[in-house]
Every structure is written in structure tokens, then in C-alpha cells.
Ligand binder design. Sequence first.
Ligand code: NAD
Length: 519
Amino acid sequence: MTEPSINQEMGAVLKSLGIDSINPGASTGSGWFPGTRDRIDSYSPVDGSRIASVEIPGRDVYESVINTAEKAFAEWQLIPAPKRGEIVRQLGVEFRNYKEPLGKLVSYEMGKSIQEGLGEVQEMIDICDYAVGLSRQLSGFTMHSERPFHRMYEQYHPLGPVGIISAFNFPIAVWSWNAMIAFVCGDVCIWKPSEKVPLCAIACQKIVARVFNKNGIPEGVSNLIVGDYEAGKHLAGDKRLPLISATGSTRMGKSVGETVGARLGRSILELGGNNAIIISGHADLRLALNSALFGAVGTAGQRCTTTRRLIIHDSVFDEFRDRLVHAYGQLLIGNPLDETMHVGPLIDKDAVRLFKEALKKIKQEGGIPIVEGEVLEGSPYESGCYVKPAIYLVRNDYEMVQHETFAPILYLIKYNTIEEAIRIHNDVPQGLSSSIMSNNLRETELFLSHAGSDCGIANVNIGTSGAEIGGAFGGEKETGGGRESGSDVWKCYMRRQTNTINFGDRIPLAQGIRFDIGE
Ligand code: NAD
């Protein structure tokens, strides 16, 4: 493995993370994976710098990582859950200690604003706290047996090594949503981060490894495989991994779902969204404006929960459109490490190409530009990844509107009745996050009812973007049906066992069946 090149600024950040090399080393149970190329270069979309270049060694490393993980699982699952929780508590302390450099690294490597980078680390801290409490609450039900002198109950056991495939837009938080829960459940993890943000993953792996080592935990509880989609495909097909939790595009999810399903493994799929806010004639337009604005341009439109469609009542359409256009005019686009900026870059030039293509197609379909989007050039946009967010008046049935373009393009659609708004809302293939802005109880309750939003997340008077870790996070239809993070999601990371104990001196069969053999 060659020593990677790291530019000066990131060198300082990595140093403050206690990382002197980006080679995570065999001692942390980490490895790289041979994909379609022999090296992964990480470029910052902020300024175009190459911040790391990692050579990928052979498949034997993958095998040794999985073998180490399997051995580690045998030991880790024997540690009582509250003690595993104690290790996760210490991870939370370390993430607190490293919040600033880690947040900065996220911002620099992925391109989201520094506040969002820090917010992502905060989510990791929050899920650690949540998992610590959970480690004392992994409880099952007891139920009454139909047979005398019998007791029935169910319990949850650790599942095994869990594969985590993550997307570029949340380089570290989504991993932590999975890994911290899996750790307290007694599982070990093998993380395949996005090839676009490997350095963030390496930094986390280093921090985690230090905590595990300090506690004398066997190598291989937390593992990292850096590679491209080939590495992800390999994880999906690996029978030694009973669960694959995959976050990314619907295209990726279909492939992972098929592969894992074919081997009858379990998967948690967290895929693309096409999220809308219904802005009713009864809405507080000030709240609606803030929600729509952050939802549409935050993270430069690169959140799975980004607001992509505004379904606006005819009576407030013109006023709301004008206020929105005015707000778009105030947006500051630039270096996301500068806190005064509202919009940072897209992840790479490929994303910029897709943005441009989407705008062209939407125009061809009849979309009317309200705010023209464009690619920004010259200083300080030399990386070629900065774009001006766009707004289009469209019909919901346009092909591009049905599709998730991972960029800041907002579609406006008019409606007249709440039933029509809900129908338009649900008439897309995806089903992640949804929202209604209204102070009318009849409308808001209808939206939350079975006849309302068909999404995994439905909000009233807050936007679609972002979520708290305490709830189950995920969506329906082409969003994949998976759930991560809080609520009872931990059950996905364990295997359920139903136990029946006979403390009598007879063997009565269930359902009154008799099977008499003379004694
Ligand atoms: P992507 O699908 O290109 O890649 C995601 C991850 O999957 C990467 O690690 C990649 O290497 C891997 N991968 C790609 N193809 C694969 C395959 N066939 N088999 C196995 N692994 C494969 O997505 P991206 O561009 O990194 O992220 C953006 C997408 O992720 C958007 O669609 C966004 O909505 C979605 N996303 C969803 C959620 C959610 O919770 N629903 C959260 C974040 C991002």
C-alpha cells in the first residue's frame, strides 16, 4: 500500500483527529477491496483538491477481515449487553471530543456546510446515547401458554456480522445509526462507505478502534472495507453476513435486495426519496417558506429527505412563489466551511452533469423556469461543483418529476382540493418523507390518516428534510421499506427466538392434538 497524499489543510484536521496516516492498518480489522480500479482518490468538491489517494490491495484482505469479524463476533456476543453499551458510551465521548475536526472533515470531503457537518457528528453522539440506554432494554414479551404448567416467552439474540453500505451524502451518520445499535445488540459490523468519502470513514474507524483497543475488545468488532460498488456487491452476496443494511440510490437497492434475497438473507434498504410539502391555503406561509427553503437547497439538494416538490394551493400560489423567488435571490453560494454561506457544492462533476441534464429535460417536457439554475464558474467556484439552485413550474406526471435528481431543483405544482393534493403527493414511485403545512385540523389529520401520505415519514408544519434519531427512519415503495435508527428498529439487528418451557410432568401437545402411545 503506498502512502497516500493528503493536502496540508486536511493534514492538520487529521492530525487533530489523532490520525497520522490514512492506512487504517490490519490491527483495526480494516482493509481495502479490489474493485474496478486499483486506487480510490478522494477529491474535495469545495476546492477540487485531492485529499487522499488509496491503493487497493487484493481480495485476501477481504477474506481476512471477514474471518476476523467472525471470530470477534464469537467473543463480542458473550459480553453482556449493558457492558457493550458502556463501550458505546465511550464512543459517544470520543465523538464529542472530536466533534469539530470530524465535522470539518465531513464538510471538506463531502461539501456540506460546516454546521451540517457538525450536525452529522451530533447525530452520531445522539445515537450513541440512545444505544447506551437501549443496551438495558433489549427485551422480549412473555405470553400465556395454552398448555398447563408451561411458560412461553421470546428473546432476542445477537445476529452476527452485519454489512453496512453507506452513501456519500451522510458519510458517517448513517453508519453510526446502524453500527451503534448493532454493537449493543451484540453484532459486529463491516462497513463499506461510499467511495466518494473514504477519509471520513477512515477517521471514524480510527477513533472507534482506539476505544475498542483501550477496553481490550478483540480486533474485528468494527471493520472497514474501502472499495467501490464491487465491494458493496460482494458484501451483499456474502452468506456469512446475515444482514445487509444498504443506504443509497434505488438502483443500488434493487441490486442489493435481489442479491441478499436470493440467499435468503435480511436487508434494510434506505433508498432514494422524492419528497413533497403540501402548502395549503390554511398554511402559515412564513413557516412554509423556511421549511421549503432549507428543504430544497440545504446540503445543495443532496439529502434523501430533500424537498423536491411543493404542492401549493391555488389561493396562495402566487404569493408563495414570489416570496420563494425573493428568498432564492438572497442565497449565498460558496465554500461550505464559511458559515455565512447557504449553499455549498455538489459532490462531484458527475453530479453537476446530471443537474444540467435534468434541467434540459424538464424544459423539454414543458417545465417553466421560475428561477433558472446554472453551473457557477470562475472564482471561488474553480472546483466546478457549484450550482445555482433552480425552481420550475411543472406537472407531476413529467418523467423528470417522477425521478430523484440529487441536486437543488425544486418543482412547483398547483392544486385546488386537499384530496387532489394528496393524490399528487403520493403519485411518485418513492415514499420517504412528506409534509403538510396547514393550520386546518381536517386537512392535517387527513394527511396523517391511512388515506393520506403514503411515506415512511409524515410531518405537520415542519418540512421534509432531516429527522430525529429517536424515531424509525425510512420509507416505502422504491425507498426500500427499511427502517434505521430509533423506536424498535433494533429488532432488525437481532434474531428472535420463541421459547416454551414445560415445568409439569406431562407432554400435552398444542392445539389439543393427541398422540397416545401406551406406557
Ligand atoms: P449510490 O447508490 O451510488 O451508492 C451508495 C453506496 O452503495 C456506495 O457505497 C456504493 O459504492 C454502493 N453501491 C453502489 N452500487 C452498488 C451495488 N450494485 N451493490 C452494492 N453496493 C453498491 O448512492 P449515492 O450517490 O452514494 O447516494 C445518493 C443516494 O442515496 C440518493 O438516492 C439518496 O436519496 C440515497 N440516500 C438514501 C437515504 C435513506 O435513508 N433513504 C439516506 C442517504 C442517501
